[in-house]
Design a protein around this ligand. Structure first.
Ligand code: HEC
Ligand code: HEC
Ligand code: HEC
Length: 314
């Protein structure tokens, strides 16, 4: 720490921000549907559902949009897109939800569905474009729509951490590291209230995965160098970490050789921070500044507190 240590925030005073408001039913990462409280879209729960949209449009929305823009909103989406009325609603003079949708599906800089989901293919864009060109006709779709509820969980490496709380840099990928290390039971992940000693509650801890809905305890199986850079409120870099290829885990024990043990207690850094992840020559950035450095507390299997799901290598 040399001259430029301005705008110092004492973290000891900030611990209150760490507790998420409530805990979804706990899951030990074994089973599938963990009922994280994320609503299904369109009220669909498997069976055939009547829609007042043509089937191609209804299917497009169910596949790509209503996991967030469903009757129950999730992932920070501002409105539902389930019925025809939802789509033809005017949001600004001369533009409707449907026309904005068409624009956003083609907007490379801020596509819908948002990154890290893959952008829509041309055929999907054409479905909406054609419907609008036809004057947004009423339809009647009674075909079974895919359940647009929570996305299926994945584990692309097909390899899982099975060693419980054995001390390791690769332990418990996907779980809220810092919370457990402090003896908290966030998301039901630490019912035994285990704690690591204070030497191990690092200020920034988490896991980078290959997919946005990778399941708890899945070893990420990254390749190449995946870098996480944390920038403070003063615009200066706080730390840079490299995720471990096997587990995907990272924590602010500095660059190799380990130089900056940024522990939760005692660190003086300028908060809130933003995060950037770099891999394969690509970059993805967290735009919303955050106070809590326990990445996996928000970046859960399906996302918590408006996070889109996992932190993903771009
Ligand atoms: C992972 C969640 C998610 C999915 C899936 C998703 N959206 Fe969104 N959508 C958001 C969020 C968050 C916002 C608000 C932030 C923004 O505008 O980028 C938003 C905003 C929008 C807006 C309003 C913004 C504007 O520019 O007028 C439209 C229209 C939209 N989405 C259309 C779609 C369409 C169409 C799909 C499917 C092809 C889709 N979204 C899929 C999360 C999602
Ligand atoms: C459910 C609780 C729990 C979770 C979640 C957890 N840890 Fe731990 N961790 C522990 C405990 C307990 C210890 C101390 C074990 C000991 O000393 O025997 C520990 C120790 C460690 C150590 C020290 C290892 C050593 O050799 O000294 C590292 C590094 C570590 N954890 C990283 C992580 C990371 C990164 C994550 C998140 C991806 C994480 N932990 C998630 C409970 C947890
Ligand atoms: C309190 C909740 C919370 C915590 C903690 C959190 N994030 Fe986020 N993160 C979000 C939200 C909400 C978004 C979506 C909006 C945005 O991009 O700002 C997001 C988005 C991101 C994105 C961009 C995803 C994309 O594809 O656009 C990255 C990268 C990211 N976070 C990394 C991190 C890292 C690394 C940490 C830990 C050092 C972290 N986040 C901690 C809530 C959180």
């Amino acid at each position: 720490m040399r001259a430029g240590a301005v705008a110092i925030v004492l973290l000891v005073g900030c611990q209150g921000v760490i507790e998420p408001g409530h805990q979804p039913p706990g899951s030990a990462g074994g089973g599938d549907a963990t009922g994280s409280g994320v609503g299904g879209g369109g009220g669909a729960s498997g069976g055939p559902v009547a829609s007042d949209l043509p089937c191609d449009v209804a299917l497009l929305l169910a596949r790509q949009c209503t996991s967030c823009h469903g009757t129950t909103l999730s992932g920070g989406a501002p409105f539902a897109m389930v019925s025809r009325a939802d789509l033809v609603r005017e949001v600004a003079p001369g533009s409707t939800v449907a026309s904005r949708s068409l624009a956003r599906m083609q907007l490379a800089s801020a596509p819908m569905p948002p990154s890290p989901f893959p952008p829509p293919v041309a055929a999907d864009v054409a479905v909406l474009e054609q419907w609008l060109a036809n004057g947004a006709p009423v339809g009647e779709c009674t075909q079974a729509l895919p359940d647009a509820g929570p996305a299926p969980l994945t584990c692309q490496s097909q390899s899982t951490w099975t060693q419980g709380n054995l001390a390791s840099d690769d332990m418990n990928p996907g779980w809220a590291c810092q919370a457990c290390h402090r003896g908290q039971n966030v998301h039901g992940q630490n019912p035994a209230l285990d704690a690591a000693d204070a030497e191990r509650a690092y200020l920034f801890m988490g896991t980078v995965f290959r997919g946005v809905n990778e399941r708890d305890l899945c070893n990420a199986g990254l390749s190449g160098t995946v870098e996480i850079e944390i920038t403070g409120a003063n615009g200066q870099r706080i730390t840079r970490m490299v995720a471990r290829n096997g587990s995907g885990n990272f924590f602010s024990d500095g660059e190799a050789p380990r130089s900056d043990r940024l522990l939760l207690l005692g660190a003086t850094v300028s908060l809130p921070y933003t995060a950037t992840v770099r891999a394969n020559g690509r970059v993805v950035q967290m735009r919303t500044p955050q106070m809590n450095g326990d990445c996996n507390a928000c970046h859960t299997e399906r996302g918590f507190d408006s996070a889109p799901g996992r932190v993903v290598a771009p």
